[in-house]
Design a protein around this ligand. Structure first.
Ligand SMILES: CC(C)(COP(=O)(O)OP(=O)(O)OC[C@H]1O[C@@H](n2cnc3c(N)ncnc32)[C@H](O)[C@@H]1OP(=O)(O)O)[C@@H](O)C(=O)NCCC(=O)NCCS
Length: 154
């Protein structure tokens, strides 16, 4: 994989079985295919895949949240295939989703990450995210989540 040859484009229905396979390999509590189908319907502007020569190597999904006081992007899922890690692919997906969130008028981007997922935490920190607080028992197996946030004006 060469990150220069990567295309980031919006996901489509035909991508979902590949995305679902990646998801099942990586997560202990994977989304099922119907969740990805819902994401395609509700978040069609903020659901991207990274591909090289037609092969999907990663994806990212965000929603837009409006609390009345702030509008921010919420990254709900991001993954790259293990054989392509540490080459900038995840960074490209983050840049693309952040740009889209900015264009959609948000003030920043939020995400949750497992307390045990040190690799992803380090990755998000490098991307400019800071820990805001811990959400106890956030995941279905009872693990806590760290809520991280990046404000665009920082
Ligand atoms: C988190 C995740 C998406 C990161 O994807 P990635 O493709 O490895 O991301 P990048 O390559 O852009 O960055 C990863 C690291 O490689 C480094 N890197 C980027 N380009 C590089 C290059 N050309 N050479 C060497 N290192 C590089 C980055 O600085 C970063 O360093 P870090 O480990 O100290 O943070 C990926 O690890 C993943 O899918 N994990 C499993 C699913 C998961 O946990 N998702 C998050 C749930 S909250």
């Amino acid at each position: 994989m060469s990150v220069e040859n990567i295309t980031i484009r919006r996901a489509k229905k035909a991508d979902l079985s590949v995305i679902n396979n990646i998801e099942k390999q990586l997560f202990t509590d994977p989304w099922d295919e119907s969740a990805f189908l819902d994401a395609l319907f509700f978040y069609q502007n903020t659901f991207f895949v990274a591909e090289e020569n037609g092969k999907i190597l990663g994806f990212v999904i965000a929603g837009i949240e409006d609390t009345g006081e702030a509008i921010y992007g919420h990254i709900m899922n991001i993954a790259t295939v293990p054989e392509c890690r540490n080459q900038g692919l995840g960074g490209r997906l983050m840049q693309r989703i952040e740009f889209e969130c900015l264009v959609l008028g948000t003030e920043g981007v939020q995400l949750e990450v497992r307390v045990s997922n040190k690799e992803a935490q380090r990755f998000y920190q490098k991307m400019g995210y800071s820990q805001v607080f811990v959400i106890g028992g956030y995941y279905s197996d009872g693990e806590d989540a760290i809520l991280m946030m990046k404000w665009f004006d920082n």
